[in-house]
Ligand binder design. Sequence first.
Ligand code: GDP
Ligand code: MN
Length: 387
Amino acid sequence: MKIHEYQAKEILKSYGVPVPKGRVAETPEEAGRIAKEIGTETFVVKAQIHAGGRGKGGGIRVVHSAREAQNAAKKILGMTLVTHQTGPAGRIVRKVLIEEGVEIEEELYLGVVVDRSKACPVIMASREGGVEIERVAGESPEKIVKEWISPVTGFRPFHPNKIGFGLGLNLGQVGKMRGILSGLYKSFIEKDCLLAEINPLVLTKGGDLIALDAKMNFDDNGLFRRKEIAALRDLNEEDPLEIEASKYNLNYIKLDGNVGCMVNGAGLAMATMDIIKVTGAAPANFLDVGGGATVEMVKNGFEILMSDKDVKAVLINIFGGILRCDTLAVGVTEAVSEVKVKVPVVVRLEGTNVEEGRRILRDSGLNFIIAQGMKEAAEKVVEALKA
Ligand code: GDP
Ligand code: MN
């Protein structure tokens, strides 16, 4: 799960990380009032969306009075902000963060992520802040200092020294970074983060270190024990069909082709998408009905799949293990007769009760295209698309 910058900053602040004075607003008037309250000479008005690159996309404005802050908020609120992370459709801005302006001497990068291959968190830091860390990693990896933290012994006092001096900071700066690093790391662990990132961490003209931007992603599997984090979820930032699917415990992912895919299991989903691509089409989405799906879940899943306007043909690819083929067939037939499906539906079934499943599809009187094997299924769906 992702959260907004202003929410991540509130969390970091509670861990002792310095952040600019500021508050979030939903109207230009509110933005103006907040700027007056902050009372500094410059302000920054920042679009709050779950994506980075807002600066370049026009979602961040530096202004010099409360009135200008109000005007900037008026321009940003309601705009569709397109950045390299939003995709071409962009995101509608519903909230802005109003902050005191900070005079920047240097922009640094500081982040914690899980290193899966080493099975522990890794702290990454760089003096090349403000730009994407992936780019720094690609172009000049030597400019990133990394420190792996053992989950057994945890964060130790020598870590900030190694990182700070590794970046070439002076003694005073390393001292200031100490609290920031330990706060960032502690929040990462205590809130079950997959990523906690400050980009940029700014060295101000006055010699202070302050978190100018903040990003936190959380492990969904930990949300049941982090109610305060789950409460920060913003459904406006998520795909409506993905939200609908999560209600039924189904995994639905929107993609940009035109073949709707219903599968069981993530591995089969990947293989299905690959074979569709190889055969010359592209998936519009995939819906993973999982192992223990009921008729009701299959039906709901199929309806979600069909409400995606991009779907011009459907490929159902199921290997019946715990999910039996007859259960799947009943769910799909019920859904197809209720939703009046107009696009071709190709079905490939294998596994538990497959004969019964195929019989149900055949006897349904509906127009299913039954395929043997994945290759044939993909070919039939491409053929159906052309027709
Ligand atoms: P992102 O583009 O979505 O990652 O948004 P950031 O919060 O990282 O802001 C992008 C850039 O805007 C920063 O790297 C800064 O250069 C600039 N910026 C943000 N806040 C301030 C500020 O208070 N003062 C100044 N001068 N620039 C700022
Ligand atoms: Mn940033």
